[in-house]
Structures are given as structure tokens and as C-alpha cells.
Design a protein around this ligand. Sequence first.
Ligand code: NAI
Length: 254
Amino acid sequence: MRLEDDTVFVTGAGSGIGRAAAKRCASEGAYVVVTDVDEDGGEETVAHIEDADAGGAEFRKLDVTDGDAFDEVVLDVAEDHGLDVMVNNAGVGHPPESMEDVADSMFEFVLDVNVKGVWNGCGAALPVLKEQGHGAIVNVGSLASILGLPKQAAYSLSKGAVLNFTRAIAAEAGPYGVRANTVCPGFTDTPLAEKFFAGQDDPAAAREKMEAEYPLKRLGEPEEIADAILFLASDEASWITGHGLVVDGGFSTS
Ligand code: NAI
């Protein structure tokens, strides 16, 4: 068991990649704190974990943009169960649009969740992790952390920020025994991806075109991203910090 006796905190764990990461970490013995704004989704993730008779889980409703609430939940969890791993996964996309057409409200929404949410999560977890002298943070970036994606300017800005912010955290927290890494997924088959395709003129054709652009000729599965998150969270990655692990079926290298 790679996370035996560890407590793993996952944001946005009521769906997609966050749910897969919560389940995968629990399957390796972790007690998982499943958080999300979506109560039904979060409770469903906990039920999956309980049904699988895995490490154990509880749901806490949390909006990652609320820094005070984040601090409160993390302190509470740390007191009850300890805290070993923070996975800042919650994130949102936006419809494909030229930069100059993106409404200020959309820009602010994307930055609020994708950047401030990760900032809040690290700010809440770091005092606990540094004080105890060990721990791992895994932030979820994107291919948009390393590539400038057309018609995804606000998303690219937010995810580029996540990657470089995580490097800064790694440099700051390393002397305290705390690691921080980013997973950068390519297009992964989740409700977020579904929403992206649904916004296109011909969703089925858009999906087919996207799949064809990947050397492996398919989108990623949330479980494949969860495996990378688990790796970076576990002691197998004990000398890896400040790294951006691209998991993209070869898209960025072809
Ligand atoms: P998803 O839409 O399936 O799940 C995201 C979850 O985050 C949802 O349960 C949602 O309720 C929650 N959430 C949204 N705003 C929140 C907030 N303010 N506070 C707390 N929870 C909130 O999306 P998916 O695909 O699982 O994405 C997860 C992460 O992976 C995101 O950061 C996304 O940007 C990133 N990603 C996804 C890719 C994809 O193709 N699906 C590709 C690259 C990165």
C-alpha cells in the first residue's frame, strides 16, 4: 500500500479527475477527504470508496475560492486525521473564444477558481505540512500550463500560473521536507471535456478531430491522470519536486 496511514485532501473530487484521484489514493490505503462545491458528486465519490472497501473517506463541502473556509477545513481535518497530501485539482474551463472576446466576468471566474483556488489550497496546507516536516502537494495544471492554446487564453493564463507557482512553492517548502509538483494532463474524458465538446458546432466531429490529434488516437481517462497524481503524492517520488509531469498521450511531443 503506497499511502498507508496517510490522509489525502482532494479538491473538486466530486467528478472527473478529482474523483479518480480520490478513489486511487484510497485504493492505496489513504484516508481521503473528498471536497467539492457539488455535494451530490462529493457524496457519490465517498460512496464509491466505501463500496470498494478502500482506505476510507469523508465529504466536506468546500469552495476553493473561499480562503477562510479553506483554512478552517484544512485545520479541522489536520486535527482529526492529520494531513499528508494536498491535491489541488478543482478547476474550470471556458468556451473557446478569441482573447479579446472573453468577458471580464469569465476571465475573473477562471482565474478565481484555477489560480486563487490553488493559492488558497497551498496557503492552507503549507503551515501544517511545514510544521510537521513532511508532506506532498500535487497541483493539477494542464497542457495549457506548457502550451499556449488558441481560444483558451484565460485558461492558459491560469494553468501557466499554476505550474510556475508550484515551482516557487517547491523551492520554499523543500527545506521543510515538503514536495510540490504539478500534473499537466492532456484532454481527458471527463464532464469538463464533455462540456467543451458540447459547446462546438458539431460535438461528435470535434471529439473525433481532437482524438486524431493525439499520437495514441484517443483522449486520456481520468484514471490515467489519477495514477500520475498518486505517483507524485507517494514516496516513490521522494526526490521529485518542482516538476511538471505531462500526461498527454504524446500530444505535446508530436
Ligand atoms: P470536472 O468538471 O469533471 O470536475 C471538476 C470538479 O471541480 C467538479 O466536481 C466541480 O464541482 C469542482 N469545482 C468547480 N469549481 C469549484 C470550486 N470553486 N470549489 C470546489 N470545487 C469546484 O473537471 P475535470 O476534467 O475532472 O478537471 C479537473 C482538473 O483537471 C481541473 O483543474 C482541470 O482544469 C484539469 N484538467 C482537465 C483536463 C480535461 O481534459 N478534462 C485537461 C487538463 C487539465
